[in-house]
Design a binder for this molecule. Sequence first.
Ligand code: FES
Ligand SMILES: [Fe+2]
Length: 409
Amino acid sequence: MGELLRRYWYPIAISSELGIKPLRRRLLGEDLVVYRTRSGRVGVMQESCPHRRASMAYGIPEEDGLRCGYHGWVFDPEGTCLEQPAEPASSTFKDRIRATAYPAQELGGMIHVYLGPDPAPLLPRFDLYVWEDVWREIWWADLPFSWMNPMENSVDPHHAEWLHGHYGAFVDELETGVKRDATVYVKPHQKVGFDEFEFGIIKRRMLEGASEEDDDWKIGHPLVFPHMLRRGFAWQHMFQIRVPVDDHTTRHYWYTAYKGPEGFVMPAQDEIPVMEVPWQKPDGDFDVSFVDGQDIMAWATQGAIYDRSLEHLGQSDRGIIMLRRMFERELEKVEQGLDPIGVIRDPAKNEIISLPTEKKKLGGGTKYWKDLIATGTHRYSPFTPKITDLFEQFEEYERRQADAVRDGQ
Ligand code: FES
Ligand SMILES: [Fe+2]
């Protein structure tokens, strides 16, 4: 599996986290250091110094590289050893030393890295990372289980009705004594559908009272192979990025771009707010009072690497079966020396990659976004009043546009 996973780019840090102090990171089971040279280049290299294994996380950024804190060896972002200050000036020893270093690029306020074989494919310019007239917000959490648990959840539409609808209502009842009668998630699924596309699997659902003409079925939203879910609606576009730290640890990013209606001029944003998602209560139990906390409970309690031989898959699990088959097929492609699904090498295809996502989700409207904010991670974000204000401005703008059309202006 590692061979396949190494064919893709992953975010390894948020750009604003990386000042002059290097960051320790683990990705695909490898211990790494992320740093920024004084000239502004981002580097990702092995954590242990090739000299005598001290941690480069305690290094000093230089104009063109990172200097080890122990004896001062310097490596550039390509892994070339530039200096060995304690060696004789005439020594060519440094020319025979290389550090393991990986290509890194910044896009959309994240530092992305590629750990696979050369030549590196292009870093996909997904729309959320590239759009200019948007506001962004990043939430993250380190989670104690395999990235595969959330990925399988991403092709499991029924869970929304149960985990976020019925179980969510039960949690409310436990906390307040009052059972809420409805949420955006409570309507029964009439059917679900899955279609392969260029970057993974499009997931579709049709809820009670809806039709095939509704966005939830007609457009759906994608699992982007192998490690992301794209979800949202017209004004909120989110990547849920499941970064495989190692077999039993996932760094989960919720990367959101808020986008106004056509023609709406977004206020400028100087900095992307970042928040760690508080999924654990002080006593160590899961916080299941919000949608993402409910997901995290389910993913974690399945087991860090859960035993699939003990499960019983039904017809409603066919998205999961499709995803597992896709992993098997793509693993075979890599064994044959081919690029797996979604790997891009043609710059013409990478100017901006627009991924399909429902505009009007689950009926849409004010109720949808208000419920989303009330039941989701937004409740913990200090940024939420700004988002609520933005959504109200979007609504007002759309009302005025509709009035203008009606009045024939
Ligand atoms: S251990 Fe890094 S320079 Fe010696
Ligand atoms: Fe969920």
